[in-house]
Write a protein that binds this ligand. Structure first.
Ligand SMILES: Cc1cc2nc3c(=O)[nH]c(=O)nc-3n(C[C@H](O)[C@H](O)[C@H](O)COP(=O)(O)O)c2cc1C
Length: 161
């Protein structure tokens, strides 16, 4: 089993979350490749058994580059394969979504698109909170990300039994 973790970032916060997920999966004995979305030229479902995809939230949705990457995830190659989605967003964004009962999260939009491709979502999305446009990450978010990745590792191992 080998997976791919792909992220976009402008100020480094989403990169930090992606690195934390990749490192934690490795510590759990799961092999992963980690890519900045700008460096993914070609993607083949034959090379990977699962996908972890994350984006900064931009205007209530995923970044342009992540939307482009989703076009490379061919449903015939990825059908039934496990995935998890994450994003970074501001606390106000989470409050707004709660108040309006509408999703403004990049991770939720990614999740919807991958479920449309008949991929198998292993756990609820991770919304990592950043303060302001450039960050930093809110205190405790790295620990929460490690918990998310440990949970993901357990589900991945169950999924391949
Ligand atoms: C053009 C632009 C639009 C943004 N729109 C949102 C938004 O709708 N909701 C939100 O929570 N944060 C928004 N942000 C803040 C970003 O989410 C934040 O910069 C990002 O999470 C930081 O991640 P990064 O360091 O990986 O780039 C926006 C930032 C920019 C630059």
């Amino acid at each position: 089993m080998k997976g791919i973790v792909v992220y976009d970032t402008s100020y480094g916060n989403t990169k930090t979350i992606a690195e934390t997920i990749a490192e934690t999966l490795k510590e759990s004995g799961i092999e992963v490749d980690l890519f900045d979305v700008k460096n993914v030229k070609k993607l083949s479902g034959k090379d990977y058994s699962f996908l972890v995809l994350g984006s900064p939230t931009r205007f209530g949705t995923m970044s342009f580059a992540i939307r482009g990457f989703l076009g490379k995830v061919k449903s015939e190659e990825w059908v039934n394969k496990p995935f998890a989605a994450f994003d970074t967003e501001n606390p106000e964004n989470i409050e707004r979504a709660r108040a309006e009962k509408k999703e403004w999260s990049a991770a939720e939009k990614i999740s919807e698109k991958l479920r449309d491709k008949k991929m198998n979502e292993l756990l609820p999305v991770l919304k990592a909170v950043v303060l302001g446009q450039k960050g930093p990450l809110k205190e405790g978010e790295i620990e929460r990300t490690k918990d998310f990745a440990r949970e993901l590792a357990i589900k991945l191992k169950e999924d391949t039994v």
